[in-house]
Design a protein around this ligand. Structure first.
Ligand SMILES: CC(=O)N[C@H]1[C@@H](OP(=O)(O)OP(=O)(O)OC[C@H]2O[C@@H](n3ccc(=O)[nH]c3=O)[C@H](O)[C@@H]2O)O[C@H](CO)[C@@H](O)[C@@H]1O[C@H](C)C(=O)N[C@@H](C)C(=O)N[C@H](CCC(=O)O)C(=O)O
Ligand SMILES: Nc1ncnc2c1ncn2[C@@H]1O[C@H](COP(=O)(O)OP(=O)(O)OP(=O)(O)O)[C@@H](O)[C@H]1O
Length: 509
């Protein structure tokens, strides 16, 4: 059902958002669409003017495409075009989205996951458990919004952002309800919390995984405090807070979590409600046990990476909070893999191994190198990675030092250089690698760098290809250039290596 522009004005006036509504020709026109992207405006749409880079021409384009009214913090002086002027467009947007999409109350269970590292993996672990439960109970698989893809029961598409804007979110929520889905799990980034993308959403369960310095830059968070405080905001809109006792600053997190209705802790410390212990690697599988007041038992993971126990414990805690059976958790977790996360590739003779993973900051580098040393005790390690241009600048030091200490050689290359030159970024990282005494090489072309690392790898070496996972684009300047993907390049290298072995044709990997 469509509402009129007047009704949207009433909504925003009721929220004390409207500032001197200078409106022309209000009329009874019904709003048939809502967007902040001029190219998506159409007849009868409401256009939202927002963003640091907004231009009046976008509004003019939206009007030319049939927008009947715009909502904005400023008056763009387009005579004869109805407008609603508001105090804060980012506070107004979720209100408009909620009214337009009319998401039924109480139909969806909302699960949000925040933290510096592990959001995507944990969200897929949650999906694995809940999909298993839905299969057993005849329900539909859950909706899932991650930095890899969004699936809401109607639409499935590759993600371009970790947490979409509120307009997209409410569309996904409505699609999920219309599809008969009853549960949605999503990543909640610090940016999303800072810019109000998830404003108004009452999460049934909110997970806080971990926190370490990341996303500090002029375009993200101006300080660690801003970053940390943004993430902590999640607890102001969750019923059950799920908190990692192993996280840095866990006491501060627990204090903030007290604003939630209930707190459930997880981790590898005996005091955790969901207590994970006896972590080991057996026959190439990560295994661990869980003890809590309701059950005790063993789990195994399909993914490499001892750090994934933390993500699995978070998912188990969410399932516990939703009262899912223990056996469902075991079965649901056991088969989960995530695109671009700890993908292992081995040559036929097992002498050449590669792992494609998304690690791209200090915390994830620490965890992955620790894990690989344990999981591949007899292997040397080399790594291929880079750092993005124009943001998260502290990663260059952190990643350079950690990789230099763990590897027998480091290959530096492109990873979304954006406004900077690849060589400049690599030179900066290289200075820190050099401090560790580890040999390194800068090769601007990422595919060439991976191929060189794989070709030069000595017997019993594991090549870690880090930072992009399955992504098939590189941000160069302002544009996204096509990129084969680390996974594809590694598969080609393994096939090439196998083809030279004394027997058999290359396998399909
Ligand atoms: C700093 C930030 O978060 N910016 C996000 C924000 O941009 P913005 O609202 O400032 O809008 P803008 O980019 O200035 O563009 C201005 C407006 O003009 C509109 N426009 C633009 C061109 C046109 O032809 N017509 C038109 O209407 C745009 O739709 C936009 O609404 O809203 C845009 C969508 O409307 C996002 O794409 C953009 O994310 C940028 C690309 C970004 O890099 N965001 C990062 C920092 C981010 O959000 N990262 C987190 C993950 C971090 C983590 O891993 O924890 C995330 O959730 O992805
Ligand atoms: N719990 C964890 N602690 C530390 N590092 C982790 C953890 N889980 C995953 N990682 C590392 O971080 C990388 C990214 O994992 P994942 O994509 O699940 O996290 P994310 O929070 O979604 O990341 P991003 O915010 O960069 O999208 C993984 O490939 C792995 O190297």
């Amino acid at each position: 059902m469509n509402f009129t522009v007047e009704e949207y004005l009433d909504l925003l006036e009721g929220a004390d958002q409207v500032t001197g509504s200078k409106l022309y020709r209000m009329g009874e026109a019904e709003v048939s669409g809502i967007t902040y992207e001029s190219e998506k405006a159409g007849p009868g749409s409401l256009f939202i003017c927002k963003g640091a880079l907004f231009k009046k021409e976008y509004l003019e384009e939206a009007v030319s495409r049939g927008s009947i009214c715009y909502v904005s913090e400023r008056d763009y002086g387009l005579e004869q075009v109805p407008r609603i002027l508001v105090k804060n467009i980012r506070e107004a947007m979720p209100l408009l989205a909620e009214k337009f999409y009319q998401v039924p109350e109480g139909m969806l269970k909302y699960i949000g996951v925040t933290g510096t590292k592990g959001k995507t993996t944990t969200t897929y672990y949650i999906k694995g458990i809940f999909d298993e439960y839905m299969k057993q109970t005849g329900g539909r698989g859950i909706a899932c919004l991650t930095s890899v893809e969004t699936y809401d029961g109607k639409e499935r598409e590759a993600a371009s952002i970790t947490t979409p804007e509120s307009l997209e979110l409410y569309r996904h929520f409505r699609n999920a309800c219309d599809s008969g889905i009853t549960c949605l799990a999503m990543e909640v980034s610090s940016q999303a919390l800072k810019y109000g993308r998830v404003a108004g959403i009452a999460f049934d369960v909110g997970v806080f995984l971990n926190i370490s310095e990341d996303h500090i830059s002029p375009v993200e968070h101006k300080s660690f405090k801003d970053y940390f405080c943004s993430k902590l905001q999640l607890f102001h809109q969750v019923r059950t807070a799920v908190v990692n006792l192993d996280s840095e600053f866990s006491r501060t997190v627990l204090m903030e979590a007290s604003s939630a209705g209930r707190i459930l802790t997880f981790g590898t410390k005996p005091g955790a409600d969901i207590y994970g212990h006896d972590v080991c690697v057996e026959n190439g599988k990560v295994r661990f046990s869980v003890t809590c007041d309701r059950f005790e038992g063993e789990f195994s993971l399909a993914m490499h990476g001892i750090f994934n126990v933390e993500n699995a414990l978070a998912a188990i805690a969410v399932a516990y909070a939703c009262e899912l059976p223990f056996a469902t958790m075991q079965k649901g977790l056991a088969g989960v893999t995530v695109d671009g996360r700890m993908e292992e590739y081995s040559s036929r003779d097992q002498k050449l191994k590669a792992i494609v993973d998304y690690a791209h900051n200090g915390l994830s580098f620490e965890k992955i190198f620790d894990s690989v040393r344990v999981e591949y005790p007899d292997y040397k390690i080399v790594s291929v990675f880079g750092c993005p241009g124009g943001k998260a600048l502290n990663r260059r030091r952190d990643m350079g030092l950690i990789a230099g200490k763990a590897c027998s050689k480091v290959y530096l290359s492109a990873d979304d250089p954006g406004p900077e030159e690849v060589q400049d970024i690599c030179t900066e990282i290289g200075r820190f690698v050099e401090d560790t005494g580890c040999p390194y090489e800068c090769i601007s072309d990422r595919e060439a760098a991976i191929k060189k690392a794989m070709t030069e790898a000595e017997e019993n070496t594991v090549v870690l290809v880090l930072g992009k996972g399955g992504e098939n684009s590189q941000r160069v300047g302002q544009i996204l250039c096509a990129y084969k993907s680390d996974s594809e390049v590694v598969r080609e290298c393994i096939r090439e290596y196998d083809s030279k072995l004394p027997y058999g044709r290359p396998r399909r990997l």
